[in-house]
Design a protein around this ligand. Structure first.
Ligand SMILES: C[S@@+](CC[C@H](N)C(=O)[O-])C[C@H]1O[C@@H](n2cnc3c(N)ncnc32)[C@H](O)[C@@H]1O
Length: 300
């Protein structure tokens, strides 16, 4: 009999530094400071076992400038598209799952009327809290919680911070594609229970697809980085992604959600990563095909 393996989610955490590096070209607030404070390039170099030459190329741009800019633009696009979806719901309380080194909590909590909870695995959230305290100090409406989003019974429910009389917006980018289908189901069950308690919406970019991954892999650098991520995390996107958007929609329907899809293409003109680069829009736009999902409880 084989012993079931304990999932080692901590192996995924350094990917937060990888996407933080990508985001520093986005012009989003705090992104450069976060990279500097965490020495993210050095961590990523070790994590992905990059040789000096590749690491220097990635840090400096040439001759992979176009391909790295495209990768960074995809990270920027998912952030901005989630922001667009979130703004439509005018949330007053927000829970971010797997927040990593995102600046969203710092930005939304500038408004004292908004309660924002950042959550991630214990080590990651501790590092995040330190970074945030360094950058903006502490705020009474910005909280940090160590939460494994896959854990059952539901760790998201015992939350003294939120007001049960107000709807909750849950956000998540860059987590589910690392999780097995069974782990995704556990996250869905936790979020479903949260929405049953508070009402509200779950906005996520994470129902990514293999057909989309194949389009990205036409860019060699992205293929190479995904292979290195798989070996560093022990988790391959090929094992964990949905075949198509319809497959993802069927999955969320089976988990008790109804879905409204938002196009990522809507944010294409906002992408600062692409500014100044001679990129053919027709070539980039297909990489934004997978929509952002806004999930609410199914009514039937
Ligand atoms: C690719 S990073 C994305 C971070 C952030 N959302 C972003 O977009 O920059 C993946 C994140 O998932 C977190 N993570 C991995 N497994 C987790 C789990 N079971 N529960 C909560 N967070 C998890 C990692 O610590 C890491 O911060």
């Amino acid at each position: 009999m084989t012993t079931p393996q304990t999932p080692n989610f901590d192996r995924i955490s350094p990917t937060a530094l990888l996407v933080a590096c990508a985001r520093q070209m986005s012009g989003l607030p705090y992104t450069r400071e976060i990279v500097e404070l965490t020495d993210a390039f050095t961590v990523v170099k070790q994590f992905l076992a990059l040789d000096n030459q590749t690491a220097d190329k990635l840090a400096s741009g040439a001759p992979v400038r176009l391909q790295t800019a495209i990768g960074a633009a995809l990270i920027e696009a998912r952030y901005r598209a989630i922001e667009q979806g979130l703004a439509r719901f005018r949330p007053t309380q927000i829970l971010e799952l797997a927040s990593g080194l995102l600046p969203r909590g710092m930005i939304w909590s500038e408004n004292p009327e908004i309660t924002f909870v950042e959550s991630d695995l214990p080590t990651m959230i501790e590092q995040k809290q330190q970074v945030v305290e360094h950058l903006i100090g502490s705020r009474p409406n910005l909280h940090f919680q160590a939460i494994d989003a896959t854990q059952r019974p539901n760790p998201l429910l015992c939350n003294a911070v939120f007001d049960a009389a107000k709807p909750l917006a849950i956000v998540c980018e860059g987590l589910l594609m690392y999780l097995t289908f069974a782990e995704k189901q556990q996250v869905c069950a936790n979020v479903r229970e949260l929405l049953q308690t508070y009402g509200g919406v779950w906005i996520t970019s994470d129902f990514s697809t293999l057909e989309d991954r194949q389009r990205r892999h036409q860019h060699e650098v992205m293929q190479q980085i995904d292979a290195k991520i798989a070996s560093a995390t022990g988790r391959a996107f090929a094992d964990n992604e949905f075949a198509t958007v319809d497959h993802a929609k069927q999955f969320v329907a089976a988990q008790g959600f109804q879905v409204e899809a938002f196009s990522r293409v809507d944010v294409i003109d906002q992408l600062q990563c692409l500014a100044g680069l001679d990129i053919d829009r027709g070539q980039f736009q297909p990489l934004l095909t997978v929509p952002i999902f806004a999930l609410t409880l199914a009514t039937h």
